[in-house]
Design a protein around this ligand. Sequence first.
Ligand code: SAM
Length: 285
Amino acid sequence: MQEAIATVRRTREIQDRYGLQAKKKFGQNFITEPGVVEKIARSAIDDPSDLVFEIGPGIGALTQFLCEKAQKVVAFEVDPRLPEILQAELGADNLTVILQDFLEAPVEDIIDQFCEPGQKVRFASNLPYYITTPILFRLFESGADIASVTAMMQKEVADRFTAGPGSPDYNALSVITRYRTHVRKVMDVSRQVFSPRPNVDSAVVRFDFIKDHPVRDEKLFIDMVKACFVQRRKTISNNLRQWLQDKELAAKILEKAGIDPAARAQNLDLETFIRLYEENYEDIR
Ligand code: SAM
């Protein structure tokens, strides 16, 4: 591999060569520590035959390692200045750059276009912080056959995605994430290794998608989970009463699922939410 792009010197050199200022509106913070990008790439890719999609390649810090480890990399970038720089600096013949806002891209069609039979689809990204949650939910809710997503995000957001029951960070997002994926934190990353330096630290999280979803009418299940957390300090009974607009029904469904009406949603695990929903589906749908 040629010299790593993810160093302070190379990043400055590339920016100077192309007169490229980082744009805040695109959430541009480039990684300048090769050990970090190497570890993201290693954690994201299980096999060289994997088809890897990157969101926001920037000037190629992570892309370089992804192209090194995988047969094919397809990167979505919104900044029109970058595709040319990426091709010129990386010169990787296994890289395709798509100039498009990822949130508007027909992701399923693009996956179909590149994926060969038997190939696993993986996403890897140092995400633009301003749209971390919409991007992840775009992927969680996609109908495409995605195996995993490994993404760097603001540490506080990573804590919410990875929180378990009883943690102050545990919320509806944590439950829905656990419903859709097996989630684990790969590493914490200091704000010191970015240029320009953000005001927050980061963490890398890997999500492995669960193929079989055990509930009927997922949308209603997700609505119920969100409703249970609407007022965090209130009991689950109070929150459900409001959602159902029916005090007796709220008490009945909790009893049927064997849940203490004085419990709070932030102490209940995914299996309990699934039980509450499935055992009462006919009454709440
Ligand atoms: N991957 C590079 C790195 O690690 O140094 C850059 C990461 S930087 C945090 C985020 C990147 O996402 C930038 O290149 C930015 O232009 C790009 N980006 C921002 N919004 C985007 C969007 N909606 N769709 C695709 N890329 C986007």
